[in-house]
Write a protein that binds this ligand. Structure first.
Ligand SMILES: NC(=O)c1ccc[n+]([C@@H]2O[C@H](COP(=O)([O-])OP(=O)(O)OC[C@H]3O[C@@H](n4cnc5c(N)ncnc54)[C@H](OP(=O)(O)O)[C@@H]3O)[C@@H](O)[C@H]2O)c1
Length: 296
């Protein structure tokens, strides 16, 4: 097998949200991209191929397929699939560990791992501690590694955290006390920042950066959507019991301890000056108020 480096950047999770944004940003820089995919025939994989992305078929439980897919690349971006149940946390660690081991085997010059904010230590949140364990494994691997630690995706406001329109008013409900700020980042900016790190146009101080584009309390988030819609807005703090699983309960319990995790938006903007705050993200995505769910 040739070991000559090709300038190619490998991406695991390229058919997903954050990995897809990394591919977008790399292609904008005319970089060569290899996507590690479990199903090269899927519509999303084929859409990447049609944009010039090389597809490498892998299985996360097949180390040889992973090492072969990482052969000769200059850089490697990976994330780990979401664990929604406690049983899935072990699988997340297994996948992350296997990807690190494959990068060692292939001698990848630089690895960027997107874990999660706070993953520099154990927090008691199972699907964050899994990422801490992978970070530790990566740190001990001897690879040159950069940890990027994403905060809540702003895109959640179009799905699980979407505000509603009720009797002509924007209403946001989250299981977070109203005086606690939520840290957030747009998926687009995860891609831009990771690409800058992978292409060597920026460095994270100390080899790690928390990805945060804004930090707002529930009432401030509701107001941002209300301003965009030209409507009144209000926030309602919900109890943790509304959450469907113990993992999310542990996570929002941790979110409420915001004072333990001060943000440094300046570091992020030094890497990517155009990082979006929430108001900019709302405008950039063309967000429009949802359809009324109650009242007129
Ligand atoms: N949502 C948030 O606010 C937030 C904030 C911080 C961190 N995170 C973390 O971000 C991660 C999720 O990122 P995302 O939203 O970008 O994920 P996503 O959109 O759900 O995409 C998951 C990606 O992983 C691939 N994948 C899943 N299982 C795989 C397997 N067994 N083998 C190979 N590939 C596999 C999928 O490929 P296929 O196309 O084949 O399915 C897809 O490319 C989670 O770890 C989550 O904890 C999320």
């Amino acid at each position: 097998m040739s070991t000559q480096r090709t300038g190619t950047i490998a991406v695991f999770g390229a058919t997903g949200q954050q990995g897809g944004a990394v591919v977008d940003a790399l292609l904008d820089h005319k970089a060569r991209v290899r996507a590690l995919v479990r199903n090269p025939q899927s519509d999303r994989a084929q859409a990447l191929a049609s944009r010039g992305v090389e597809l490498a078929a892998i299985r996360a439980d097949d180390p040889a397929s992973l090492a072969a897919a990482l052969a000769t690349v200059e850089g490697f971006y990976f994330m780990t699939p979401e664990a929604n149940r406690l049983e899935e946390v072990e699988a997340e660690i297994r996948i992350g560990t296997a990807l690190v081991d494959a990068a060692v085997e292939a001698g990848v010059p630089h690895v960027v791992f997107n874990s999660v904010f706070g993953a520099d230590r154990e927090s008691g949140v199972p699907h964050h501690d899994s990422k801490h364990a992978i970070e530790e494994h990566l740190r001990k691997s001897g690879l040159r590694a950069t940890m990027v630690r994403a905060t809540a995706f702003m895109e959640n406001f179009t799905s699980v955290m979407a505000p509603s329109l009720e009797r002509g008013e924007i209403v946001l409900r989250l299981p977070l006390p109203e005086d606690v700020p939520l840290k957030m980042i747009s998926v687009r900016d995860i891609g831009l920042i990771a690409a800058a790190l992978l292409l060597g146009t920026a460095e994270a101080p100390g080899g790690a950066v928390e990805l945060v584009g804004d930090e707002l309390t529930g009432p401030q988030i509701a107001a941002a959507f209300g301003t965009c819609a030209g409507l009144a807005a209000r926030y309602e703090s919900l109890p943790l019991s509304v959450l469907p699983n113990d993992l999310d309960k542990a996570m929002f319990r941790q979110f409420a301890k915001a004072e333990e995790n001060p943000s440094d938006l300046a570091v992020v903007r030094s890497i990517e000056p155009a990082t979006l705050d929430l108001a900019e993200w709302i405008r950039a995505t063309g967000w429009t108020a949802p359809t009324n769910v109650a009242g007129s």
